[in-house]
Design a protein around this ligand. Structure first.
Ligand code: MD3
Ligand code: FE
Length: 213
């Protein structure tokens, strides 16, 4: 029977080989996740990174876990402390690690144990240009991403920057596991549209879990 109004939440949508969207997977945990993000940001405030090219990124970032992402004149790499302050990154909360491991396991990656968590904060107009994530040591390990707050249009490209990109809406509570051949595909976020989310206000948050080392 055609069922247009199925109320089975969450549901999964295969996106490409190695990539699956777990729609609304963490919707019921969102309030807690946002609270935890705020606690992390009290210890490691959101900041706008200056790229090696000297541009201020429109996305604001914070980190937790054993490793965080830093940039200097040599480019980007993972470090065990914040190079700005010399402080260790805040620890990754166990509920974060568990969420990431569960999602990866559902997507066919049963041994995922992230050691790095990057939290991106978007406000209206913020974008993330097409890029690849390849600074992690073992690219056979997936990345798990969690979207909270305002929706965003995600661009999912190919293996060359110039390859055509498909557009996918990522919404509050969606979790995506990016592994296998999808791990090295170019991707980005189109400029965030204005809006107000009941839990996140005028922001979108994206948490990515990675195995850096
Ligand atoms: C596909 N973040 O932090 S999440 C990033 O919404 C990043 O903040 C975006 O790209 C965001 O690097 C997109 C989805 C995502 C994350 C990592 C990927 C997609 C990916 C790695 C490989 C392929
Ligand atoms: Fe990325």
């Amino acid at each position: 029977m055609l069922d247009l109004f199925s109320d089975e939440i969450p549901w999964s949508e295969p996106l490409a080989e190695g990539a699956v969207i777990l729609r609304r997977q963490v919707r019921d945990d969102a309030e807690t996740l946002l609270k935890v993000i705020n606690e992390i940001a009290l210890r490691n405030p959101f900041y706008h990174r200056i790229t090696p090219g000297g541009h201020r990124m429109s996305v604001a970032m914070t980190h937790c876990g054993d490793f965080g992402w830093s940039s200097d004149a040599q480019g980007y790499h993972y470090t065990d402390r914040d190079v700005e302050t010399g402080q260790k990154w805040p620890p990754m909360p166990e509920c974060f690690r568990q969420l990431a491991a569960d999602a990866a396991s559902q997507a066919g990656f049963p041994h995922f144990n992230p050691d790095a968590c990057l939290i991106n904060r978007y406000e209206p107009g913020t974008k993330l240009t097409l890029h690849q994530d390849k600074d992690e040591r073992d690219l056979r390990q997936p990345i798990v991403s969690v979207s909270l707050g305002l929706p965003a249009v995600f661009q999912f490209g190919g293996f060359e920057r110039s390859d055509a990109a498909q557009r996918v809406l990522l919404e509050h509570g969606d979790v995506v596991v990016w592994g296998g051949p999808s791990r090295l595909r170019f991707h980005g976020i189109l400029p965030l549209k204005f809006g107000v989310h009941p839990l996140a206000g005028a922001f979108r948050y994206n948490i990515t879990f990675r195995r850096a080392r």
